[in-house]
Design a protein around this ligand. Sequence first.
Ligand code: CA
Length: 295
Amino acid sequence: MLGAQANVWTEYMKTSDHVEYMVFPRMLALSETVWTKPENKNWERFQKKLKYQYKLLDSKNINYHVAAPAGLKQGLTLSEEIEIELSVPYSDAKIFYTTDGSEPSENSIEYTAPFILNIAEKELQVKAVTVTSTGKSSPIVQGVYKKAELVESLNPLKVNNGLQTMLYARNYSSVNQIEGIASSTFVSDNVVLPTNQPDQFGLVFQGLINVPTDGIYIFYTTSDDGSVLNIDGEKVVDNDGLHGAQERMGEIALRAGYHNFLLKYFEAGGGETLSVAFQGPDIEKQAIPANMFKH
Ligand SMILES: [Ca+2]
């Protein structure tokens, strides 16, 4: 039989309202996928069609999930002013927002056009909610905007290639437990796991990272089990704990040049993975190349 099917497991849903909430508008997306010819599928067209579908859902009093406003971001910026532009996929819904950390409601400021926030003085939280014409509210979304200060670079007298690496043949459940005398110490060209190392070990990569330009850098670690990346003494990526391979990220504003790089990792058992990636001004997300690492 040709076609598609979606299932909803309802053993933990106590009311039919809840089932409706989990099914709509997902069911519309499934219909779009199955019934629209591939060449006609595109996001804008689907969004346009949805506006009519929402009216139909309202008329039938269906408890659908209301999308929160899109457009808020988390993170650092080097400018003191940022423009906030919010949108929702409904023709006659309203957006309300706050900039003081309070929960937005229909009594908050109504969003009518993009606006400028000044973040020179302090970090600002923007919270927003969608309220549909029938009075349904979306979950509240939050953006956090913070002006970054560039961390000054270091001037090492002499550098060598690679990272100092300390291997600890012990069992850990957090990188915070890695301490004392290492089982072995060596230099690694890049962040790589040792081959043929039995389970239950910790690794510390320590040295310098040389970044090419001033700007905001996003660092990522993917690890199984835990890892924590510190740049210039600041915890930038917290991916600690016992877990399968997962990616975590964090950001920091850096001056061009050398910065302290400290990556701690442990493997308890089962699978093992460790990789670090970065993204910067005009630099796409990529694995950190070996030539950026010194010690
Ligand atoms: Ca593991």
